[in-house]
Design a protein around this ligand. Sequence first.
Ligand SMILES: [Zn+2]
Length: 366
Amino acid sequence: MDVTDIKAQNIKRVLEVLRISGGTTKNEIAAITGLSFSTVSNLCNELKEQGVLVEEKISSISVGRIPSIQIFKCSRYASVCIDFQQEGILNFSILNFANKRLYQTFFDISGMQEISLLTDLIETTYRDALCQMVDIRIVGVGVSIPGIYDESTGLTINSTVSVLNHTPLKELLEHRLKLPCYVENESNLCALSICQERPEIRNAVYLHSSSGLGVGVICEGHLLKGKNGYAAEVAHMPIGTPDVECPFCGNSGCIESDLSQRGMETLRFPTHSDEVRARLMEDRAEKLGALLSILVNLFDPDVVYIGGRGFAEYGRLESTVLRVLRRRSPLGMGKELEILHDMDSLRAIEKGVTQVIYDKWNPLQK
Ligand SMILES: [Zn+2]
């Protein structure tokens, strides 16, 4: 690690203290980070020159020397979030580093076959949104995909949104928007949002159902990626209905066919009798329970989140899911494993994107 890397890391440590505390003194920052007072002071001064920090006097103290607190102006910085979790819809939003949504719109892209049309749409929307931003600096764009971003080739693969497959989406958007771009799997972003929201959690699983079925795993405080970024790919695990052919990989029995949004919506076909609907509901709940028990047994998490539009009606599946989990994962369940339903996974995705962009951002770069 060279000096520049160490400095960048120290800056992030200082900012993280200020981001969580809302503002504090240089002495306090030094005590929390373990950095020397002079290092903290130099970094704060540089950040102040860049407009990242402001200094304010604590006016309530009336005797002695009046200390100053450093405040991170996190609402001045923002990132673009592009999301595809709802089948046929592109969601475009801008959030500042305080996680406040500054802009949001969406488009029907169900008939879109050409990646150039998609990047045209994103670029036009970005330019329009930019005109409405006052005193805000956009520092990056994050794209949440139901699929995998292959870091070795820079291509988007295995996505249920076909227009994204085998495209250099990151490179195309960096060229169009002139911003650093990060492409990440949607369930990984949901998992990262848990780290931000609940930093005490070291091990977590987030199972997400949209046009695809994915899982994000936080293992000992880190997002599990694997050698190629393919880790924890559950979509094509052969524990689904055996005779159903998967339209994506061509095999039969992929769990995604049952538990993706499309698979879950088959429960609501108007032609089904109440009896058929109840049987299908029980079947999906059993399968969800089985998948979760595999994940719990593999990763021994503190918490499991279930989210995405496909699981909007999780409340109706819950009693069967828990019964299967108690049977198949007695060790984890015996330790009061938390199983939570996230009703707003788009918010989790947006927070995850903001976190990724914030982590990669260099505040001293003009
Ligand atoms: Zn498959």
